[in-house]
Design a protein around this ligand. Sequence first.
Ligand code: ZN
Length: 184
Amino acid sequence: MSRFKAGAVHAVQRCADVINAASRGDGALTEALHASGEDVTDLTTEQARHLRDSATALRAIAAAGSLTEACELLNTVLAGCRAPRLTAHEGTTPWHLHIDSDDAEWGEWFLASSAMALAITITETQQPPLGICQGTDCDNVFATHSPGRTRRYCSPTCSTRARVAAHRSRVTRAPSINASGQYI
Ligand SMILES: [Zn+2]
C-alpha cells in the first residue's frame, strides 16, 4: 500500500473514531485524538466545540443516503477548506498535501484532513467511505473498509445483537396471511 493510501485509510478511521467520541464528551475527544497518534493533551472548551462542529458536518456525510449525496456534502466541506498546498513541516515529514491553515486549530485540521482522506478514499473505491451502524440503540459511525467490520454494523457486537434480535422476532412472530393468501 502506498504511503498516500495508507495515510488516507488511517485518517478515515480516525475520522470515524473522533465523530463517535464527539458524542461522549470532551475527555473522549482528547482520548480519540491521542489514540490516533496526535500529540494532544487537553482541549480548551472552544477547541472541543469546534471539533464537535466538524464532527457534525462529517457525520452528515456518513449518514448520506447515496454516494452522490455523500460527494455533494463532501464538496461543500471541501469548498470551505484552504487551497491545496504541499508541506514537509520544515523537513520533519515527507511532502504531503494540506488543505487547512498553517496555524489551524484542532477543529479545522480535523475537518480538512478528514475531508481530504474521504475524497481520496472515494476516488479509490467509488463507495461511501463511512457508514452509520444499523444496530438497535447504536448510531456509531464506522469506516466501511475497516478490517473485521461489516458494511452495516460498527462492531461484531452490534452485528451479533441484530442477528439474535432478528432470529427472536422470526421465532416469536405468528405467521399471518396477506391479501394474496401468502404467509408473511
Ligand atoms: Zn453499533
